[in-house]
Design a protein around this ligand. Structure first.
Ligand code: PMP
Length: 355
């Protein structure tokens, strides 16, 4: 058995893999594979409708918001957010809390002026910048809820005088979120919500149509809303697997139950990192992520042998991002706490051997 701590595409529930595999062979006893049916068939429309309904239910999405399943990953949304929300000649505010945030800023510059209200680049993004003012004349304020590479996470969302736009790629559905506080949320599915190939977008309808920019159909949220995420052929299989994952999440008690489990997984793991003399956490204590737990070794020479021991124990995907080094244990929704205990036991065993 493997314990998958990979940062993404990441672990999904075993039962989802089984259901998805069965649907590839015979979808809902139709005698056809899910991969060969029309996206306009009533069977697939039901899948998409259910996926949208589950997002709305699990996140308590209020009236006036649209839920979309698009393609192109979160990186496409870096451009589509300003494309759709930034009036010509307008300005957008950004919090630079990591490489993904800075890529979002780079894309926004194609469409207007950007104001970076604060950055933690000087410390290689080990903390979330906190003292800043969001300009009231910005079209929106863009934040990244969880910084996958550095293991930092916004513990609370900032108050903003302008609509909040949030990249939630690496902590979507891991904790409660008040959707009404946001103008736009987007997330690549491949960490907590489903497989790679589909991107969730939740957008407040009344923010649209405020730019005189001409937007090509595929990049236009309004067109995608009118087409019900089916302006063109949607990523049917990725949507199906996301729907199954959301169903699993609901059966587990929803976002609230996930948040509780995730907090406990993070608590026990950070406790071990803080206690064990061989390891130290990367992120500022108050900003520690409950999704990606990044840590290094006091003695870097021990990193290779530790990775080897992890490998022997079936622990995979734990190597840190190349820009941070060390280790990153991603403890997404589907990772059971028993896997976290295996990692903790391995850290203890290693410390015992290397006293
Ligand atoms: N934002 C964050 C926070 C991410 O972690 C990632 C992927 N690791 C991205 C954006 C980019 O996502 P995608 O690969 O779906 O474009």
């Amino acid at each position: 058995m493997k314990h998958n701590f990979g940062a993404g595409p990441g672990i999904l529930p075993q039962e989802v893999f089984k259901q998805a595999a069965a649907a590839v062979l015979d979808f809902n006893a139709t005698g056809l594979s899910l991969l060969e049916i029309s996206h306009r068939s009533p069977e697939f429309e039901e899948v998409l409708n259910e996926a949208v309904a589950l997002v709305k239910e699990l996140f308590n999405v209020p009236e006036g918001y649209s839920v979309l399943f698009l393609q192109g990953g979160a990186s496409t949304q870096f451009a589509l957010a300003p494309y759709n929300l930034l009036p010509e000649g307008g300005k957008a505010a950004y919090l630079d809390s990591g490489v993904w945030a800075s890529k979002a800023i780079k894309e926004a510059k194609f469409f207007g002026t950007t104001e970076v209200v604060a950055t933690s680049k000087e410390s290689n993004y080990t903390y979330i910048p906190k003292d800043y003012t969001v300009p009231a004349d910005a079209a929106y304020f863009h934040i990244t809820s969880n910084n996958t590479i550095y293991g930092t996470q916004l513990q609370e969302f900032p108050q903003s005088p302008v609509p909040l736009v949030c990249d939630m790629s690496s902590d979507i559905f891991s904790r409660k979120v008040n959707i009404a506080d946001f103008g736009l949320i987007y997330a690549g599915a491949q960490k907590n919500m489903g497989p790679a190939g589909v991107t969730l977008v939740i957008v407040k309808d009344d923010l649209l149509g405020k730019t005189s920019r001409k937007i090509p159909a595929m990049f236009n949220y309004q067109v995608q809303i009118e087409g019900g995420s089916m302006y063109n052929t949607p990523p049917c299989f990725a949507i199906y697997v996301s729907m199954l994952t959301l169903k699993w999440l609901k059966a587990k008690g929803g976002v609230e139950a996930m948040e509780k489990d995730n907090n406990e997984k993070a608590r026990v793991l950070y406790e071990e990192i803080d206690r064990n003399p061989l390891f130290k956490a990367v992120a500022a204590t108050e900003d520690r992520s409950r999704m990606n737990v990044c840590f290094v070794m006091e003695n870097p020479e021990l990193e290779k042998p530790f990775l080897k021991l992890c490998d022997e124990k079936g622990i995979v995907g734990i190597k840190g991002h190349r820009s941070v080094g060390g280790f990153r244990a991603s403890i997404y929704n589907a990772l059971p706490i028993t896997s976290v205990y295996v990692l903790i036991d391995t850290m203890r065993e290693f410390a015992e051997k290397n006293k």
